[in-house]
Design a protein around this ligand. Structure first.
Ligand SMILES: NC(=O)c1ccc[n+]([C@@H]2O[C@H](COP(=O)([O-])OP(=O)(O)OC[C@H]3O[C@@H](n4cnc5c(N)ncnc54)[C@H](OP(=O)(O)O)[C@@H]3O)[C@@H](O)[C@H]2O)c1
Length: 199
């Protein structure tokens, strides 16, 4: 059975984007959350143009190699300008979760629109992923998946900054969610914290 995980760049105070997010400005005033993707000397084996530190490249490429499909929340999709009809991963198909029609997702061969909720979105991605894993992108959507008990692993690419406001990784949950640390990798400009969700 494939796993469902989320691996996002996040500030120490829990924000995956700053203030003023909009289409074409997905991180708002917190663009530095992605600096570690580009300020190293080790090219990613999976994503063109990414140059990371050696420990970050190891973590990042291992995660990217697992991805068979991605589910993105509608705000992530809109702010990424619909990923130009593709997706955030070079090969994995994209499932967009929204309550509204998304014109590009209805036309693009690499994008599928789901409007019937988080369970259906993740099920559609699992089907597309085959024996690979499903990655989730977007805070509100990740929180819904946690509430539905559908996430196996959470990775925080934790950047040492307090952003102070913006879009949070985790929103309000009805109860505690216990996590078990699988790995912690310190790297220049970021610490990679890999957790398993305890069920
Ligand atoms: N730091 C990182 O690594 C990283 C990675 C990805 C994204 N981001 C940023 O994070 C921000 C987006 O996160 P977010 O938490 O604001 O939003 P999000 O999770 O991407 O999208 C939330 C939207 O998804 C749709 N949705 C969620 N649950 C749904 C359900 N059960 N049924 C139908 N639709 C549902 C709704 O869209 P509608 O109701 O509007 O249709 C909702 O407003 C963006 O600014 C993005 O650039 C950062």
């Amino acid at each position: 059975m494939n796993k469902v995980f989320s691996a996002l760049a996040v500030s120490v105070d829990g924000y995956i984007a700053g203030r003023g997010t909009a289409p074409g400005s997905g991180l708002g005033d917190a663009g530095f959350l992605f600096d570690w993707y580009f300020d190293g000397d080790t090219p990613s084996k999976s994503l063109d143009g990414f140059r990371l530190s050696e420990p970050s490249a190891r973590v990042f490429d291992a995660l990217a190699a697992r991805v068979g499909a991605i589910v993105a929340g509608r705000k992530t999709y809109d702010d990424s300008e619909e990923f130009g009809g593709g997706g955030p991963h070079p090969t994995a198909p994209l499932v967009v979760l929204s309550h509204r029609p998304a014109p590009r997702a209805e036309q693009s061969a690499r994008q599928t629109l789901v409007t019937t909720g988080i369970k259906d979105a993740i099920a559609a991605a699992q089907e597309l992923a085959g024996d690979k894993d499903v990655a989730l992108q977007g805070g509100g959507m990740v929180t819904e998946a946690l509430q539905a008990g559908l996430i196996d692993e959470i990775v925080l690419h934790q950047v040492p900054v307090l952003v102070g406001g913006g879009r949070p990784y985790f929103q309000q949950l009805p109860g505690h969610v216990r996590l078990r640390l699988l790995g912690a990798t310190p790297a220049p400009g970021v610490t990679h914290l890999h957790f398993e969700v305890v069920r």
